[in-house]
Design a protein around this ligand. Structure first.
Ligand code: NAD
Length: 387
């Protein structure tokens, strides 16, 4: 079976699905690796490094024409989707719940679509395949570095002959994978770290990394399914907001990471809260996307300077800003997923297996994911409409 590593084409996407050091395990399993020319250049892996690791370098037509399985990071662009053909498989962050139309296109073309963002995250066997976690980890680390770079003072307490610098107060909102990495990184830079989440079990996790957990008077337990948070009720949101506004006003740096699966990220930092922050304070909104973010004033992909001197940064693809490190983790995740689906050197899909069942979105011309099929159903006619 031929496994192809495609060159990413999305704007700003510098990662690559496989790095040279990950090739050995795949070739040992009898797989032949094709790499699209220049696929690893933006993440500091030249074609020669893949060749030395046993891959064949091919052009775009050779990659899509020759590979049985195409490995990607970002979902295929409309043009890439038209290059994929019946019987071929594509693996990557396909985002079927955000872009169900792509799943439809791939199913119609007879492509087997395997989505890394659908890995069952609570299954311990799937931890090595959990690319959402590995990339969130990179994001949490980079968010702190970006904040420290934009912050006009020191993060650590520093005593020098020229005086003493006070340590920065850093608040991390959302203590999932990215938030925990952000706590650890800000702590290592010497900041006083505070953290808050609506899932009570995160308190111990944050404290074990040296953060002070922000305890609001309003008790909210928003633990949802699969370890994720549920959406707050409007009353909970209002109570949380009023208290958080006060806390945010006293912080020098706030990094937000809060997500609720399948929903628009909750707004945690309102324009009013930003108005209470001191000049020079920095906000990094990791949840910002086209859907919106955790910071009311953030603009995805932009840095905004407010009239009261606060810098709001809303990066749109943090893992891509550390492409070699992020790709190395991603390569291990995608290799583990692929190898779990290979038998005797060929793709063998066992739909009794929980990972296969969750991640294979389309196969044999059909959409297999119930959630995606539901999103594609035509909307029911509006009640009370003309017969
Ligand atoms: P996520 O990206 O979905 O959300 C980030 C954090 O935001 C979560 O901790 C969530 O509780 C928090 N949040 C949501 N709404 C909020 C609000 N209104 N106010 C404050 N915080 C809010 O989370 P994630 O990083 O993908 O992790 C989700 C869960 O999956 C966690 O429980 C994590 O430990 C778990 N997980 C488990 C495994 C595993 O067992 N293998 C691997 C990865 C993640």
């Amino acid at each position: 079976m031929k496994v192809g590593v495609a060159k990413e084409t999305a704007a700003g996407e510098r990662r690559v699905a496989l790095v040279p050091e990950a090739l050995g395990k795949l070739t040992a399993a009898g797989l032949e690796i094709l790499v699209e020319t220049g696929a690893g250049t933006a993440s500091a892996f030249p074609d020669a490094a893949y060749q030395e690791a046993g891959a064949t370098i091919v052009d775009t037509a050779g990659l899509y024409g020759g590979a049985d399985v195409v490995l990607k990071v970002a979902k295929p662009s409309p043009e890439e989707a038209t290059r994929l053909r019946s019987g071929q498989a594509v693996v990557g962050f396909l985002q079927p719940l955000i872009d169900p139309g792509l799943a439809r296109t791939l199913a119609d073309r007879g492509v087997t679509a395997i989505s890394l963002d659908a890995i069952p995250r609570t299954l311990s066997r799937a931890q090595t395949m959990d690319a959402l976690s590995s990339q969130a980890n990179v994001g949490g680390y980079k968010a702190v570095l970006i904040a420290a770079n934009a912050y006009p003072r020191y993060f650590p307490l520093l005593t020098t002959a020229a005086g003493t610098a006070k340590p920065a107060n850093v608040l991390i909102l959302g203590i999932g994978v990215a938030g925990l990495q952000a706590i650890g990184t800000a702590k290592r830079l010497g900041a006083i770290v505070h953290a808050y989440d609506v899932r009570p079990e995160t308190r111990e996790q944050a404290e074990s990394l040296g953060a002070k957990f922000v305890k609001l008077k309003t008790t909210i337990d928003a633990t949802g399914a699969g370890g994720y948070a549920r959406e707050l009720t409007p009353e909970e949101r209002a109570a949380q907001q009023a208290e958080l506004n006060e806390v945010i006003g006293g912080m020098d740096v706030v990094i937000t990471t809060a997500q609720v699966p399948g929903r628009k990220p909750p707004v945690l930092v309102t324009a009013e809260a930003v108005g209470k922050m001191k000049p020079g304070s920095v906000l990094v909104d990791m949840a910002a996307s086209a859907l919106g973010g955790n910071v009311e004033l953030s603009q995805v992909g932009e840095t905004t300077n407010t009239p009261n001197g606060v810098t709001i940064i809303a990066p749109d693809n943090l893992p891509a800003s550390m492409p070699a490190g992020a790709s190395a983790f991603y390569a291990r995740n995608i290799s583990a997923l692929l190898l779990g689906m290979v038998k005797d050197g060929a793709l063998h899909l066992d739909f009794e297996d929980e990972v296969t069942k969750s991640t294979v979105i389309s196969h044999g011309g059909a959409i297999l994911s119930d959630a995606v099929r539901k999103l594609l159903e035509p909307a029911p006619p509006a009640a009370g409409g003309a017969a």
